[in-house]
Design a protein around this ligand. Structure first.
Ligand code: DTP
Length: 320
């Protein structure tokens, strides 16, 4: 339900109540996944993620066509501009509030006040319209082919996976999340400088091919920037993140960056119940004192599920 998505945005961007943000998102996801429409709150309460308060809002909406809470939010003069500011890549809820408090409420205002923006935020503003447009699956697939071909020319052994919503089989994605590893690159064998060299070399070649068009930031393991396949110059510019990861961390990273974020949260919570700690690098047993032990040997995503006693879920089954 679109109203719950709006409430979720408000909770994340304005109230900064992540708990409520997740609750509304979960309810919105549950309702959107139904092949029918619920008739009332009572019926909705039987669904996962729908409690008393959300059921009441469903009744209110079905009876009046509105939600008082949203009406108030939309009329308060600050929530709508804060939400707008957070749509600029690089602007989070705190920065958005700071800008709105300083009277900067429109994209036009932002353009006149670029001195208040970081390099990332300036790029976010420059490509605002482009970054708002979803990326069709076919376009990501073609870019995947181009990326693979460029890095294979550098070293045939590179392994590249596009994660995020694309890997979960979605028809459209918000951005492109790329993970790269190399069998010889392990957490033992390479120091930060080696890793940085590898990433910088990859980025340099993607720039030379005209695929990467702007850099937002680049460190030893993470590049954030902008891309467009030169063969598709009529298409919008897209946000691209590239991470290089040692091969012994690769599958934890692939799992994490495939998401969805709600799926990750549930999996991490499950891991904790099983006395494990799971993050984008490793899976570790917790000792009796509750401290992380040695990293488990992981050579596939299946390994992670199996060590946690969970049935394997294909990426397409990880959408909630
Ligand atoms: P979109 O199509 O909007 O890009 P996405 O690819 O699922 O959707 P992101 O690109 O924002 O989402 O992030 C990629 C993955 O990284 C996401 O699916 C799961 C992981 N991730 C990001 N943020 C978090 C988080 N806060 N908690 C857990 N996992 C996260």
């Amino acid at each position: 339900m679109k109203k719950f998505a709006e409430l979720a945005n408000y909770e994340r961007n304005v109230s900064k109540n992540i708990y409520k943000y997740n609750a509304y998102r979960k309810a919105a996801g549950t309702l959107a996944a139904l092949s029918y429409r619920v008739k009332n709150g009572e019926e909705a309460k039987k669904l996962p993620g729908v409690g008393e308060k959300i059921a009441k809002k469903i009744d209110e909406f079905l009876q009046t066509g509105k939600l008082q809470k949203l009406e108030k939010i939309n009329a308060d003069g600050i929530s709508a501009p804060i939400n707008l500011m957070t749509r600029v890549s690089g602007i989070g809820p705190s920065k958005a509030k700071e800008l709105v408090d300083a009277g900067i409420k429109t994209l036009e205002d932002l353009r006149k006040n670029q001195d208040k923006l970081t390099h990332h935020q300036k790029i976010g503003l420059k490509y605002f319209q482009d970054f708002e447009q979803k990326i069709p699956r076919e376009e990501v697939r073609r870019l995947e082919t181009s990326l693979k071909s460029v890095i294979a020319n550098l070293d045939k052994e590179y392994i590249l996976t596009i994660c995020g919503s694309y890997r979960r089989g979605k028809d459209e994605s918000g951005d492109i999340d790329v993970l790269i590893t190399h069998p010889k690159f392990t957490s033992e064998s390479m120091d930060a400088k080696n890793k940085g060299g590898m990433l910088k070399n990859i980025v340099k070649h993607l720039e030379k091919e005209g695929i990467i068009t702007e850099t937002i930031s680049i460190g030893n393991t993470k590049f954030m920037g902008v891309c467009r396949d030169p063969a598709e110059s009529s298409k919008p510019f897209r946000r691209l993140d590239i991470r290089v990861t040692p091969s012994d961390h690769y599958y934890c990273a692939v799992l994490y960056f495939t998401g969805s974020d709600l799926f990750n949260k549930n999996m991490r919570a499950h891991a904790l119940k099983k006395k494990f700690t799971l993050n984008e690098y490793t899976l570790k047993h917790l000792t009796l004192e509750g401290l992380p032990g040695n990293a488990e040997l992981i050579t596939s995503e299946e390994d992670i599920f199996s060590k946690l006693g969970l049935p394997y879920k294909k990426p397409e089954e990880r959408n909630s």
